[in-house]
Write a protein that binds this ligand. Structure first.
Ligand SMILES: Cc1cc2nc3c(=O)[nH]c(=O)nc-3n(C[C@H](O)[C@H](O)[C@H](O)COP(=O)(O)OP(=O)(O)OC[C@H]3O[C@@H](n4cnc5c(N)ncnc54)[C@H](O)[C@@H]3O)c2cc1C
Length: 464
């Protein structure tokens, strides 16, 4: 049997998904693929990092994903984790905003929302007039804030859309590209002329599945995939350089000077690392990858005993409007969301800091972060109870920002990759920041490469 060699750089979910799907696709075409994943860190998972300590389970990165994606379902099956998927409790539907010194529930009904005090009467009237606002003829890459202000009014842009953008991207709505960050919103306007009309027309057609996590935490998927995926993983192996040869590629590892040969290579690292690996091969793709900002995020998990229950609502969590004298971007109420996140009766709050609106957070050390988080959590909930558990995860560069011009950067990377057969780039820096997006992009990338390698090996095509 023909054996081709594939090296994947990076054992985050995108890299592992690419490794698994490339091997599967090639095998289906009768070509055995020897796949090696090289990972800089000590363990697999990348941003998906689950810490279990003293009866608490803390996610350092993603805490859940939107279910119903076929690629993610396939990865769960391959990892033997289908029965470990846990949907979020019904309480997860309750979402809150902290504004003008108070926690306010974002009620789904128009009357409930109007009464929440999140927006003024003028702001509500402007929001309600959205279906009357004509479709835009703009052809430039509009920011999320400009789009929201145009369609929903400036107040909704500031008080609803900006905190939501912080919640999803730790991003600045005034800088992110609507088309790249929220393509579904752009499509609603394009297809229905209005967000409200579009949402009404699509009522009942869910575009995404339920919010889901895994019993053993999010890192259990990368761990199990690495175990059962049919490929090899080498940790503590940082790739320093990738070179083209007459017959394929060599991948050089930092430190020991090892250079491994491969027929194809997938780069599945964060975009700034991909930029440095691609630079000797294609400067324009490297410039495009290097121009994707990745600000720092610090996650502080605070666990409380049941005495805090009266002060911390049951729900998904709270987003904090800017200008509230609180530095946190928001909190997730992990023990309300999923089972097994803390000891019986315990309440786990995950506070997020930093992002594109507060890059200086990266300068605070662990002790300073704990002091800040304790103070702000106490202020937010008017809480006197002291935390019984604490854990800090500092990410120097966390979530890629799809700022204006992102689509052009992705196109530059795709053009470069197209011109270098046997090379692929995947990961959350390019076509979707969510865990499910990264997983799906990895599966598609591996699938495509596996097919090309198989076609090439079986002689049906001279080109990869
Ligand atoms: C704080 C935070 C919270 C999040 N919350 C959510 C959430 O609730 N829901 C959701 O859907 N998404 C969430 N996300 C996004 C989600 O984590 C990502 O979409 C996903 O984990 C990215 O996977 P990836 O494989 O693309 O990248 P990564 O996980 O970053 O993997 C890249 C890997 O490449 C490795 N690497 C880097 N350089 C080298 C090198 N030179 N050689 C070898 N290996 C290298 C890295 O060590 C890393 O393991 C969150 C992200 C963060 C940071």
């Amino acid at each position: 049997m023909n054996v081709a060699r594939l090296i994947v750089v990076g054992a985050g979910i995108a890299g592992l998904a690419a490794a698994w799907s490339a091997r599967r696709t090639a095998a289906r075409a009768g070509v055995a693929l020897d796949v090696l994943v090289l990972e800089r860190g000590r363990e697999v998972g990348g941003k998906a990092r689950t810490i279990v300590r003293d009866g608490w389970m803390v996610e350092g990165g993603p805490s859940g994903f939107l279910g119903g994606r076929p690629e993610l379902d396939a990865l769960l099956r391959a990892s033997g984790l289908v029965d470990d998927a846990v949907p979020a409790r019904a309480a997860a539907k309750r979402r809150f905003l902290y504004r003008a010194g108070r926690l306010r529930e974002i009620k789904p009904s128009p009357l409930g929302f109007a009464r929440s005090g999140i927006m003024s009467v003028g702001g509500l009237l402007r929001l309600g007039a959205e279906p009357l606002i004509p479709r835009s003829s703009r052809t430039d890459d509009e920011t999320v804030w400009a789009f929201a202000a145009r369609r929903l009014g400036r107040q909704a842009a500031d008080r609803l859309v900006s905190p939501m953008t912080l919640g999803i991207f730790a991003g600045d709505a005034r800088k992110l590209s609507l088309a790249s960050a929220f393509p579904k919103m752009a499509r609603l306007e394009r297809e229905h002329g209005s967000l409200i009309r579009g949402l009404i027309a699509r009522r009942g057609q869910t575009s995404s599945g339920p919010l889901t996590s895994l019993r053993g935490g999010m890192q259990s998927l990368p761990r199990k995939l690495a175990e059962h995926g049919g490929f090899r993983v080498r940790c503590d192996a940082a790739v320093r350089r990738i070179d083209r040869t007459d017959t394929g590629w060599t991948v050089s590892i930092e430190g020991d000077g090892t250079a491994l040969e491969a027929d194809a290579v997938v780069i599945a690292t964060e975009p700034w690392v991909a930029a440095s690996l691609v630079r000797p091969l294609d400067a324009s793709a490297a410039d495009a990858l290097g121009a994707i900002p990745c600000p720092p995020v610090t996650v502080v998990a605070l666990g409380f005993d049941s005495s805090a229950r009266a002060r911390i609502p049951d729900g998904f969590g709270v987003l904090i409007s800017r200008g509230e004298d609180i530095r946190m971007l928001g909190n997730l109420w992990e023990t309300s969301l999923y089972p097994g996140r803390g000891p019986a009766g315990g309440i786990l709050v995950r506070a997020m800091f930093g992002g594109a609106v507060d890059e200086s957070i990266g300068a605070l050390d662990e002790a300073e972060m704990l002091t800040l988080a304790r103070r702000e959590v106490a202020q937010l909930y008017r809480l006197t109870a002291e935390p019984v558990f604490e854990h800090v995860v500092r990410l120097e560069r966390a979530i890629p920002q799809y700022v204006v011009g992102h689509a052009l950067r992705v196109a530059a990377v795709e053009r470069a990759v197209e011109s270098m057969p046997g090379l692929a780039v995947t990961g959350f820096g390019l076509r979707g920041v969510a865990f499910g997006d990264a997983a799906a992009d990895g599966v598609r990338t591996g699938d495509d490469l596996g097919r090309r390698l198989a076609t090439h090996r079986t002689g049906s095509s001279a080109c990869l």
